[in-house]
Design a protein around this ligand. Sequence first.
Ligand code: BEZ
Length: 403
Amino acid sequence: MPDKQRIHTPSRRTLLKGASAMAAFAALGRFPSPAIAQGAPIKIGFMLPYSGTYTKLGKYIDHAFRLNVEEKGGKLGGRTVEYVQVDDESEPAKATDNMNRLVAREKVDVVVGTVHSGVAMGMVKVARDANALLIIPNAGANAATGPMCAPNIWRTSFSNWQPGFPMGKVMYDAGHRNVMTITWRYAAGQEMVDAFKENYTKAGGNIVEELYVPFPQVEFQALLTRIATQKPDAVFSFFAGGGAVKFVKDYAAAGLKNSIPLYGTGFLTDGTLEAQGADAEGIKTTLHYADDLDNPANKAFIAAFKKKTGEDADVYAVQGYDTATLLDIGLKAAGGDVAAREKMYAAMQAAKIDSPRGPISFSKANNVVQNVYLREVKGGMNRYVSIAHAALADPARGCKLAS
Ligand code: BEZ
């Protein structure tokens, strides 16, 4: 995967188009920024994992964002689009350099990224310092729309709190009173477990033990033996991508699947089912998407994604697709001018999107508000069971924009 794409040189035709756009703005009594006047494309920097355990997640976000732009005639907010890609390798230590490269060297108009919460926190710091527009299409780090929230930082995916919290009640209501948790030891795993625990213990449930594996390791054997010894009523977990495939298969191979029910946030079985096969059947998870959501936007999106990529869409693709929709709404309101930040942000705040995941809107902290669904794996699909929590907003603890 190349980490950088073409640098666009405007043609005579785009320069002429730019001249007429300039005349239109002048008639409104306001001159656009030089880039708009010259018909320059909007420059989007993708900072995503194109290698490692989250490769597929990054690629699906990228593919679906581009699909959305193609459906808009190759434009966002009326401007053609140029992409620059950086592989962040899900490596927090490289996040600042990679982000600086996009913002300071490439001078992108918008950064879209990333998947890994630890990398996202590095990006948020740079975005705040440089006042760069950042839209997060996956990483759930609570702080990004909590204490580190800012007018230029948006999230179209979820906070780690959102998919974890509803599962506390789901598992309690299923009659499980003594539960173990297992996840990778980094922000996403810790925050999803914490959100689950918050709701589960409030209901009266008891946490027997919390187990952790360093990210992105997949040596689960010793911890699976521990679960077999402790015999909890059920297990709550967060893993995603390649790690989720391995965990679900190892859980079944350890003979636990039929004795200790496995639950999790939906990342455990999203985009992974082909590889997990029968070992995933029956697993219940909570997430803001289900494959069979019965709405026109989902049907159209699944078909269009299949046509473009030959693959089945998943939650990561939906998030990438919605990121382009949100940016288009903001850019349109600003006449394509990313410098007209107030107009952009006002329109993004007011956005109501008919997403493939159902209706979404945005909180004062710039985080998505959405339904969280209970799903069950049946016949190789994450099938809708019920709405576990309707229109769930992250509490945005510590965010000054939200108070
Ligand atoms: C995260 O690091 O925030 C994350 C990664 C994959 C799936 C969900 C969350």
